[in-house]
Structures are given as structure tokens and as C-alpha cells.
Design a protein around this ligand. Sequence first.
Ligand code: HEM
Length: 200
Amino acid sequence: HLVCPMNSSPYVDPCKPSQQVWEEFSQSFTPAVRDVVDFAKSIPGFRDLPEHDQVGLLKAGTFEVLMVRFASLFNVVERTVTFLSGKRYSLDTLRSLGAGELLNSMCEFSEKLAALRLDSDEMRLFMAVVLVSADRSGIQDLSSVEALQDQLIRGLRNLVIHNHGEESATTFTKLLLKLPELRSLNNMHSEELLTFKVHP
Ligand code: HEM
């Protein structure tokens, strides 16, 4: 099985060579990864960072940006996950195929993010904040990354204040508290990826 919604289905033909399974999986998720790269380039100021740092932030942050973008694949009310092919599977099915705590944590994350009712501009700005807040180990020009992060966070705060009236302070705080949650989902997901690579 390959219980990741970036695949087209959780089922894997046992007769297929594992190389082909990876090949098809990567065909499924590559367009989404490309979109993150294009999105990054569209963030004002991102392309002015040293190329090494652009690559570093993308490596560390792509999963987190995708998690936000695809949070709506997790439907907590109907207890389903839609895979990139558009096929939907119940949480129980995915659990029987081996999904575990990480699937639960992602559902919980998605439910709470949806509750904040962000519009598409807020979503994009939040994804920009997520990307420039990615793990900084190995970053060369820290002060430029921090300056860009500050600018994007201020922009997000202004937009949320403008759109959310009375609730804006809590909405903004809750958004910033999503950053460490995303980091933790990223770490848990990397573990899954590694174990999968070792025992496909
Ligand atoms: C699990 C790869 C992005 C959600 C996995 C597994 C792999 C993988 C290899 C282990 C599968 C298994 O053991 O059956 C990738 C790659 C990604 C990616 C290469 C980069 C594009 C994402 C994103 C999400 C996601 C963006 C969420 C929107 C999940 C879930 C599981 C999983 C829910 C199963 C967790 C569990 O076992 O509890 N992924 N993934 N993945 N992935 Fe991904």
C-alpha cells in the first residue's frame, strides 16, 4: 500500500516493480511540487534571497505548504480523504491499510484550519509565511530571510484584521500557532517516508 493522498490511490499492485510504483507516485505529486516552486517565485522578495537559501527554504518547507494547500482533501465530517486522482477513501479504509497517528493529526490540523475560514488571499499569504518560516538550518542570509518573514507576517496580520473584525486577533494568533504544528507534521511525515523507503 501507499497510503499518501499525493498518490492516485492507496492500493499498489503487488506485481509491479517498486521502481515503477515510485515512478507513478512521483508523476502524481510532481505537478503539485512544481506549483510550490512557482508560488515561491511569485512571493515578492523571495527571488531576491540568495539562490542557496531559496532552495533551502523550498526543501524544508514544500511539504508544509502542500499540507496547507491540500488540507481540504481531509473531510473530517464525512471521515474521508480525497487522493490527488479525485478518488475518495474512508478513514477506516486508510487505517486498515496501515495509516495511523499521522493521519489523525493531519485530519485534526485540517479541521482547525478550515474553522478559521480564510479566503484565498489569506490562504496564499499564510502559505508564503509558512514557506519563509521553514527550517533555517543551513540558511546563509538569515537576516534577509527574517526581514522577508516579518514583512509577510505584517501583511498577513493586516489582511486578517481587515477581514475578520472582532475575531481577528484570535484568528491571527491561531494562524501563527499553526507554524509549529506544521513543523511537527512535517517531521512525522518524513519518518513515514523514510520507513517506507526502507520497507516498501
Ligand atoms: C504517507 C510520500 C506529501 C499525507 C506517506 C508515505 C510516503 C509519502 C512514502 C508512506 C506511505 C505508506 O507507508 O503507506 C510523500 C511525498 C510527498 C508527500 C513524496 C511530497 C509531495 C504529502 C502531503 C500530505 C501527505 C502534502 C498531506 C496533504 C500523507 C498521509 C500519509 C502519508 C496522510 C499516511 C500517514 C499515516 O500513515 O498515518 N507520504 N508524501 N503527504 N502522507 Fe505523504
